[in-house]
Design a protein around this ligand. Structure first.
Ligand code: EPZ
Length: 422
C-alpha cells in the first residue's frame, strides 16, 4: 500500500490543468453498451475507476481499445452476458450505472448489490423505482438484483424521483432512450454530468430534451448509433485546486475549468475574501496576503454547494479567522475526515450532520487516513499548511478520482511525494 507525504512549502503558485470528469466519464462509458456501433470517448482521465469501468465493459463482451492516451474506443457489437461481475461492483459501486443500458439493449440485467461505502448506505431504490415504472420486473435477493423488461420491451412513463439522485437519473435516462413512447423524469438531478450524458446520447440518435433541468423528457427510439464525444472537465478537481491556492494563500490559474460548473465554490471562496476571476483559460484564484474569514456551507444537489467539495473546503476553513459551520445534507455519513483533521489540531466538533470549525488554526502534521476520495484530497490540502510532515494513508481512494494527483501538486510548488507504505 502506498501513502502520500506532504510538507508545508509556502504559497502554491502557477497553473494546473483540470482533467476529464470522473463522474461524467463513468456513465458515458456505460452508455456505449446501448449500440453495436463504435463509440469514441475523448479526454478520458487516467483514473483507477476508469480502469474498472473498462474491465466492466469487457466483462459484458464489448471490445475496448485504449491504445491512444486519453481516448477510449468501445464497440459493444455483441453483449455476451448481462450479469455484472461481483468483484468489479465491489471495487466500484458506480458499476451499477450499467443497469440502464443493459436493460434497454438486452431487456435483462443481473447486478450484484453494491456495498455501501464510508459516506453512506448508497441504496439504489430510486434506480429500481424507475425501471419498474418503465414496465420492468425487479427481483431483489440478498446479494443481487435481477431486472427484466416486459414482453414488448420497456415502455415510457412518468417517473418522480423522491431525491434528485445523480445515478438514478443517469440509469433511468439510459433505460428510457430505447423504450417505447415518452418518458418524463420529474425531480431529476441537474448536475453537469447529466447534461454531458444526454449530449452523448443525443449524438447517438436519442431524443432527450431539457437535461440539466428538474424535468427531463425522453422520446424512445428504436436503435442508437455510434458517436464521438469529449468528456467535460472535472468540476470537483477544479474546486480542489482552487482550494489548494486558497489554503496556502497562493495564487493559481486553474485551466480548462468551466466557471459555470463551480459557481457555489467561487461564491463561497469570495465570501471568505479570496479573489477569484474568470479568465480566458479558466479560473484564476488569488489568496496572497489576504485576510480570510469564516463562512457557512450547506451541501445540496446541483446547483447547490457540491457535497464532493465539502471536505476539501472544511480543511481550508480550519485556517481562516472565525467560526464556520458545514452542514452535509446529501450523504448521511460524510464527516469521517473530521477525526483526521482533528488529529492535526483542527478542533472541529460535529452534531448530527453539522460540523463547527473554530478556524484560526495552525495545523500540525500527523499520520492521517483518506476516508473517502474527497476526504483524501482534503487531508493533502491540510498537509500543505501544517507544521511538520503529514502522512496520508489509504490513498487508493484518491487515485480513484484524481489523475496525476501528486504530479499536479508538485508542478505548482507543493512538497509532496508518494511512497510505498512499507
Ligand atoms: C454521484 O453519486 C457521484 N458519483 C458522487 O461522487 C456524488 O457525491 C453524488 O453523485 C452526489 O452528487 C458518481 O457520479 C460516480 P446520488 P450517486 O444517487 O449517484 C440517496 C465522488 O466523490 N439515494 O445522487 O451515488 C443516496 O443515499 C462521488 O466523486 C437514495 O436514497 O449519488 C445519497 O444520500 C462520491 N436512493 C443521495 O441520494 C437511490 O436510489 C445522493 O445520491 C439513490 C440515491
Amino acid at each position: 500500500m502506498s501513502k502520500i507525504l506532504v510538507n508545508s512549502n509556502g504559497p502554491l503558485h502557477g497553473e494546473v490543468s483540470v482533467s476529464g470528469a470522473k463522474n461524467a466519464v463513468l456513465p458515458l462509458l456505460a452508455a456505449t453498451l446501448l449500440t453495436e456501433e463504435q463509440c469514441i470517448i475523448e479526454s478520458v482521465p487516467d483514473l483507477a475507476d476508469v480502469k474498472v469501468m473498462k474491465k466492466m465493459l469487457a466483462n459484458y463482451g464489448a471490445k475496448v481499445d485504449d491504445s491512444e492516451e486519453g481516448i477510449v474506443k468501445v464497440t459493444a457489437d455483441t453483449i455476451t452476458t448481462v450479469e455484472g461481475n461481483p468483484e468489479l461492483v465491489q471495487e466500484m459501486r458506480a458499476s451499477t450505472v450499467a443497469m440502464g443500458p443493459l436493460l434497454a439493449r438486452c431487456g435483462h440485467v443481473v447486478m450484484p448489490m453494491p456495498g455501501g461505502c464510508t459516506i453512506g448506505k448508497r441504496p439504489i431504490d430510486l434506480h429500481l423505482k424507475g425501471f419498474k415504472a418503465l414496465g420492468a420486473t425487479v427481483v431483489e435477493s440478498e446479494d443481487k438484483v435481477e431486472i427484466t423488461a416486459g414482453e414488448g420491451g420497456l415502455v415510457g412513463d412518468v417517473i418522480y424521483l423522491d431525491f434528485p439522485s445523480v445515478g438514478a437519473t443517469e440509469n433511468i435516462l439510459m433505460a428510457a432512450v430505447l423504450a417505447k413512447g415518452t418518458t418524463i423524469i420529474e425531480n431529476a438531478a441537474k448536475e453537469p454530468e447529466i447534461i454531458d450524458l444526454a449530449n452523448l446520447l443525443n449524438k447517438m440518435g436519442a431524443k432527450i430534451k431539457s437535461a440539466g433541468t428538474d424535468m427531463i423528457r425522453i422520446e424512445g427510439v428504436s436503435r442508437l448509433s455510434g458517436a464521438v464525444h469529449e468528456v467535460i472537465p472535472d468540476r470537483i478537481e477544479a474546486g480542489t485546486f482552487m482550494l489548494a491556492a486558497a489554503i496556502t494563500r497562493g495564487d493559481l490559474l486553474v485551466k480548462n475549468a468551466l466557471p459555470g460548473h463551480v459557481r457555489p465554490i467561487i461564491a463561497k471562496l469570495k465570501e471568505c475574501g479570496v479573489k477569484v476571476e474568470t479568465v480566458e483559460e479558466g479560473i484564476y484564484v488569488d489568496a496572497r496576503e489576504r485576510e480570510l474569514n469564516a463562512t457557512d456551507i450547506k451541501t445540496l444537489p446541483y446547483p447547490g454547494f457540491p457535497t464532493d467539495i465539502q471536505s476539501p473546503f472544511m480543511a481550508f476553513l480550519t485556517t481562516v479567522n472565525g467560526k464556520s459551520t458545514v452542514r452535509e445534507t446529501v450523504f448521511e455519513n460524510r464527516f469521517m475526515h473530521v477525526v483526521e483533521l482533528n488529529r492535526m489540531g483542527a478542533d472541529i466538533t460535529t452534531e448530527n450532520r453539522e460540523a463547527i470549525i473554530p478556524g484560526g488554526k495552525k495545523l500540525r502534521g500527523a499520520k492521517v487516513r483518506a476516508t473517502d476520495l474527497r476526504a483524501g484530497a482534503a487531508m493533502v490540502l491540510a498537509g500543505l499548511v501544517a507544521t511538520g510532515t503529514t502522512e496520508v494513508s489509504e490513498i487508493y481512494h484518491i487515485e480513484r478520482g484524481y489523475e496525476n494527483f501528486v504530479g499536479k501538486f508538485k508542478s505548482i510548488g507543493a512538497d509532496i511525494m508518494k511512497v510505498s507504505e512499507d
